[in-house]
Design a protein around this ligand. Structure first.
Ligand SMILES: Cc1ncc(COP(=O)(O)O)c(C=O)c1O
Length: 491
């Protein structure tokens, strides 16, 4: 292989820099100044948020300027940084806390979590080893226990906070795979010569499961996407048949991924029946509850979510229904030994705990360095209380129900799926797929509202997902009125 000579493209003049570490530290006066800039910025952003276009016209030239700017040799003042934040970054950001920001499963943050992130960054705990983060470790264990108790998981359960649902699914499915591979999972991996492992899920399942399957080396052709019924729930008869067919073909079924809130319509699979099937067949049950599991905080959804307690692993996202600022995901496993089987390592350069009561989170997930994400989750629940989330989750469901009723009452709109959760899939009935797409884009360009696309059993349309703490019925009316106007020009 030919080698390319290394050429540095950045030159730092060696004679000019001062060897003084205090340059990276603030004086008390600078700390005060930084806090004042941040407080002023926070206040201004919150005040102007609702009047900003939900999806602003993006200044591509300004963004190209950011990308192309050279590495600065000398520092800039805090004033210059905050000025650039307000002049370039804010106007070219999507305003996720805007009341009419309703695409995807993407909430506005609760107002406490940015402060929690600041405090967590200040403490800068490395949440990998117990002895590097004893209090943060206790906080993470506390929120994991609260979540495990919410679903009635046994005392053997544990878990880990992750960046989000995708990583939670990856961690849960790694535990499932290594459990299936047994003692030689770590040394032989998938090359140990056993029959190919197969896993099962519904056609409505989130793409993060496909990603996990390929990252785990299982191959997506070993992921069976089972058709769903008229309520978008996995067809048990077809699931059963598919498992039987694979066994007959000499393959090795090992896991079913059930949904507690499918990404498009919010459907909840028949988790109790799937758990029974998994027990009978010796399969691992992973529940993807990234979207919906925390709706168990509301009595409206608690019953449906209680079956999650029968899972071997479950993903849930505090950055969704706990409205924590990005990022905060979580995976729980029924038996903590399965996480340790998949992830533990004791290199000579780390001091792991030899006390079995102490958790080293590095042994329960893929990361070594880990931020203190648990603080914003813990504080959110402690400051607002679980009841506040019950009210908010029910309000989100009420808003979706209201939008569904409006869609049914107005001409020119058609529901693509019944509203059962906090999302609404619909289409503009006088327009074809391309017309629906154009109208969605026009809504975005108008700055009035931000919805996402949807495809329900092959029928294409739009989707609103209510996860925004400032949305009201008036916002729903405004979006529908504007869509009706825009649909006329999209014909
Ligand atoms: C059902 C489901 N699973 C997984 C994910 C991925 O979660 P994250 O975006 O937190 O990685 C999502 C995201 O919306 C989801 O709805």
């Amino acid at each position: 292989m030919g080698s390319t000579p290394f050429r540095a493209t950045i030159a730092i003049p060696a004679d000019e820099f001062e060897s003084d570490m205090s340059q990276l530290l603030f004086t008390p006066e600078q700390h005060r100044e930084a806090a004042e800039w941040l407080a002023a910025f926070t206040h201004r952003y919150q005040e102007t948020l609702a009047s900003l276009p939900v999806y602003p016209p993006i200044d591509r030239e300004a963004l190209r300027g950011i990308i192309a700017a050279p590495l600065p040799d000398n520092g800039q003042s805090l004033e210059a940084l905050f000025e650039e934040l307000e002049r370039v970054i804010v106007p070219n950001s999507t305003h996720t806390a805007h009341p009419r920001f309703l695409p995807y499963v993407q909430p506005s943050p609760n107002d406490l979590s940015p402060y929690a992130d600041h405090a967590a960054a200040l403490l800068n705990q490395n949440c990998n080893l117990w002895h590097l983060s004893p209090a943060a470790n206790a906080v993470e264990q506390a929120v994991l226990r609260w979540f495990a108790d919410l679903f009635g998981l046994p005392a053997s359960a544990s878990g880990i906070l992750t960046s989000g649902g995708s990583m939670a699914n990856f961690v849960g499915l790694t535990a499932a795979r290594d459990h299936a591979l047994g003692d030689r999972a770590r040394t032989e991996g998938l090359q140990g010569g056993s029959a190919p492992l197969v896993l099962y899920t519904s056609e409505e399942t989130h793409s993060s499961v496909d990603k996990a399957v390929s990252m785990l080396g299982l191959g997506t052709r070993h992921l069976r996407r089972i058709p769903t019924d008229e309520h978008f729930r996995i067809r048990l008869d077809l699931l059963d048949q598919s498992i039987a067919d694979d066994r007959a073909a000499g393959l090795r079924p090992f896991c079913v991924v059930a949904n507690a809130g499918t990404v498009t319509t919010g459907a909840i699979d028949p988790i109790v029946d799937i758990a029974t099937l998994c027990r009978a067949q010796g399969l691992w049950l992973h529940v993807d509850g990234a979207y919906g599991a925390l709706a168990a905080l509301s009595p409206r959804f608690r019953e449906a979510m209680s079956a999650i307690g029968q899972a071997d692993s479950v993903s849930l996202d505090p950055h969704k229904f706990l409205f924590c600022a990005y990022e905060a995901g979580c995976v729980l496993v029924r038996d903590r030994r399965n996480l340790r089987h998949a992830f533990s390592a004791s290199p000579s350069y780390l001091t792991m705990s030899d006390d079995p009561d102490l958790v080293d989170f590095a042994n329960q997930g893929p990361q070594l360095s880990r931020a203190f994400k648990a603080l914003k989750v813990w504080w959110s629940l402690k400051h607002f209380g679980a009841r506040a989330f019950t009210g908010v989750i029910e309000r989100m469901h009420d808003l979706a129900t209201y939008m569904g009723e409006q869609i049914q009452a107005r001409s020119g709109f058609e529901l693509l799926a019944p509203v059962t959760f906090n999302c609404v899939c619909f289409r503009l009935s006088g327009l074809d797929d391309a017309g629906n797409r154009r109208t969605l884009q026009a809504l975005l360009d108008s700055g009035t509202g931000f919805l996402g696309p949807s495809s329900v059993k092959g029928r294409k349309g739009l989707r609103a997902c209510f996860m925004n703490l400032r949305t009201t019925e008036a916002d729903v009316d405004l979006i529908l009125d504007r869509l009706a106007e825009l649909a006329v020009s999209a014909r």
